[in-house]
Design a protein around this ligand. Structure first.
Ligand code: SPD
Length: 427
């Protein structure tokens, strides 16, 4: 070879556009293409553009492989640059042709650093790098710049992630678990954040403890949704509870949580928990009258299977299944992000439980868009959620169970809503 390196400029056209827009698949293909050709991978960095397209580089001991994709044209521009005799860039070319399912392609090979036009000189650098060379097959660094975004058409919350650990789409929804550097593992449904390891305690403690602390007697509890297990975990901290029935429509949520979110899913091993994979809406239709002390609706946002969890018919059935002192807590969305759903749910519950028997509770949800989230707390009998709290008991419970978020002060503060929320809810 009379040059330092070989550079193949490749045009892959008529490719599979979904593949060209899947940053993990593209990165894996590029890294594999390098390794298959005998190269030693040093690191790779890939970026997934919004709304689509990928750029990335795999740095190899023998130069680099680079890519830019335009899924909307089913096109990828790829550079395969290798130096030395041991790596054949055409092997990478063949590998990528298959990986991107390219039906039309062209390639232009150039020699780089032609020895006809340059002469080697003695080089005595001021600064030498004498670190050991990278061993072939050594683990390489990955610097992915890929982001998960929970958004509507005007606002969003984004979290950077490293890996997608679980990804399944079934008849109900898309369930994914991401590994994020800032929030740990995160469960998402249909592209919306459900919970993250770092702040799930805010949500799960606040959906459970304010109501549980207000109930004098709570033995039999129904949870609709909550397939990650976090709500059940908090409930099972009360020795007075004899049974928790959890009705989750999508077994994939439970499976994903068991595999990747063990601190929440630990509840599924508790003998007091009965897990039913089924439709919660149908379940409450058939539930016996006056059977539960507390019903918790730990549903997703009102798109897909959770839509029916925001209707008057559903809440009438829940109310019927509650004992005379019973309470209901429902995931209430955000007054800033989902204003209409937030207001509609509050009004709907007032219609079912009576206008004096519904209270709004706000808490800080750092991984949900806008950070301000709500639960609606309804009760069969009249009560004051702040004055009726036994603060000493709540303080003891919080300290005794080493709670992360809930305490007697948070309880009182959570039921105080800002003026703009009062206005929205006509309080
Ligand atoms: N956008 C988030 C709505 C919250 C949905 N429920 C979360 C489940 C946690 N157990």
């Amino acid at each position: 070879m009379n040059s330092l390196g070989r550079h193949i400029l490749v045009e892959f056209t008529d490719c599979n556009s979904d593949i060209l827009n899947d940053v993990e698949t593209v990165e894996k293909a590029m890294v594999e293409a390098a390794k298959t050709a005998g190269a030693t991978v040093i690191n790779s960095t890939f970026h997934h553009f919004s709304p689509w397209g990928i750029s990335g580089v795999v740095v190899i001991q023998e130069s680099h492989l680079a890519i830019h994709t335009w899924p909307e044209y089913r096109y990828a521009a790829v550079d395969l640059f290798t130096c030395g005799e041991t790596v054949d860039p055409w092997v990478s070319f063949e590998f990528l042709k298959k990986a991107f399912q390219s039906n039309k392609y062209s390639a232009l090979e150039m020699n780089r650093g032609s020895l006809h036009v340059m002469k080697r000189e003695d080089f005595h650098p001021k600064k030498r790098n004498d670190t050991a060379p990278i061993a072939p097959n050594a683990a390489h660094k990955i610097a992915r710049n890929v982001w998960f975004t929970d958004k509507d058409e005007h606002q969003a919350l984004s979290l950077r992630y490293n890996e997608v650990l679980f990804n399944e789409t079934n008849e109900f929804q898309q369930v994914r678990i991401f590994d994020t550097p800032a929030f740990g593992k995160m469960l998402s449904i249909n592209n919306m954040v459900m919970c993250t390891e770092r702040d799930e305690a805010h949500y799960h403690e606040m959906i459970v403890h304010p109501a549980m602390q207000l109930l004098e007697k709570a033995e039999n509890i129904l949870v609709i949704g909550g397939g990650d297990g976090g709500t059940a975990r908090e409930l099972l901290k009360y020795p007075s509870i004899k049974k928790v029935t959890l009705v989750e429509i999508d077994e994939a949520v439970v499976r994903a949580s068991r595999a990747h979110l063990p601190t929440m899913a630990s509840a599924f091993d508790n003998p007091k928990l009965e897990l039913i994979i089924g439709d919660g809406i149908e379940f409450v239709k058939k539930a016996a009258e006056a059977s539960y002390d507390l019903v918790i609706i730990d549903g997703s946002d009102p798109v897909g299977p959770a839509e029916g969890l925001f209707t008057a018919e559903f809440y009438k059935n829940c109310a019927r299944s509650l004992k005379s002192h019973g309470m209901l807590v429902s995931q209430g969305e955000s007054p800033l992000f989902h204003q209409k759903t937030f207001v509609d749910l509050h009004r709907c519950l007032k219609g079912v439980f009576g206008s004096q028997n519904v209270n709004t509770l706000l808490f800080y949800a750092s991984s949900y868009p806008t950070g301000m989230w709500s639960f609606q707390v309804a009760s069969k009998k009249a009560m004051n959620p702040v004055k009726d709290l036994n603060t000493e008991k709540a303080a003891q419970f919080s300290a005794g169970n080493k709670l992360h978020y809930y305490n007697e002060g948070i309880h009182a503060g959570a039921f105080a809503v800002p003026n703009f929320v009062k206005k929205m809810l006509e309080l």
